[in-house]
Design a protein around this ligand. Structure first.
Ligand SMILES: [Zn+2]
Length: 281
């Protein structure tokens, strides 16, 4: 691990770290959660993320979730316990719209965060207000709400689960605007871009570079694409070496393999458009 940190300017850093994550993920899949050890120390996670400003959002999330004791799907989705999340759009998992046309989502922020972190979180929530009809409001007594907590990684459930649902933003590794927006987007009901039903027209999944025990992370889903184009730069798109076991691409854009995928800035125009279509803003 010391070598990884010392070589942080090396282009292959994310690959090396993802390989470590792959090891950790395998342990999680075997079900012995207690054996999952963080392979990257808490402080070094932020060091790595800050030294790699160009790293895309999903890669940041996967690094931060290394060693998480939660059973996560696709790196940062909480495993659904009561229903099939893949049919989310056809079930009752959207947040409710009020008669005034706004979709009000109550939230609480854990007192584990300091005031600067709390401001960043609230700022990320409010970044959805200007371009959509979503409105995050501090919870009073509403039953359905999002509880933002400092747990073992950056992760969320898919859509509204009913009652209290945790959106985890670990203080070490998840305090980035794009990371927060990505997790909020999951809570609104959005899956990863590369699991879209039509993804095989836009990307090639290189199964030979993915350990079979991680293959489920690339399973195509029955998604509602809302008549929006496949977006390589969506905040929900994995980076091209996600879960790679050998540093080669796990995801290659087609037909032009040089198209940039993933990014670190934040929500794209399409990401916002989809929210507006899904919630009929
Ligand atoms: Zn995600």
């Amino acid at each position: 691990m010391a070598n990884v940190l010392e070589d942080h300017e090396d282009m292959d850093i994310s690959t090396e770290i993802l390989n470590l994550i792959f090891d950790s993920r395998e342990i999680l899949l075997e079900g012995d959660l207690s054996q999952a050890q963080p392979l990257v120390g808490e402080e070094s996670v932020d060091d790595i993320l800050e030294d790699n400003e160009d790293m895309d959002i999903s890669t940041r999330i996967l690094i931060s979730n290394n060693g998480s004791s939660e059973l996560l799907l696709e790196g940062d989705l909480l495993l659904p316990t009561t229903r099939n999340a893949m049919k989310c759009f056809r079930n009752n998992c959207l947040w409710k719209k009020s008669s005034n046309g706004l979709v009000t989502i109550p939230y609480t922020v854990s007192s584990a965060y300091n005031s600067a972190e709390t401001s960043r979180i609230v700022n990320a929530l409010q970044s959805f207000h200007q371009s959509t009809c979503i409105r995050f409001v501090p919870r009073r007594n509403q039953n359905d709400h999002i509880s933002i907590e400092n747990r073992g990684g950056c992760y969320s459930s898919l859509g509204r689960t009913g009652g209290m649902q945790v959106l985890s933003l670990k203080r070490s590794g998840c305090m980035y605007h794009g990371t927060m927006q990505h997790e909020v987007n999951h809570a609104l009901g959005f899956n990863h871009e590369q699991t879209r039903s039509d993804r095989d027209q836009y990307v090639k999944i290189n199964w030979e570079n993915i350990n079979p025990s991680n293959a489920y992370n690339f399973k195509r889903q029955d998604t509602n694409n809302l008549n929006t184009p496949y977006d390589y730069t969506s905040i929900m798109h994995y980076g091209r070496t996600a879960f790679s076991i050998n540093g080669r691409d796990s995801i290659t854009p087609i037909p032009n393999s040089r198209v940039q995928i993933g990014q670190r800035k934040g929500m794209t125009r399409n990401d916002f458009l989809r929210i507006n279509r899904l919630y009929r803003c």
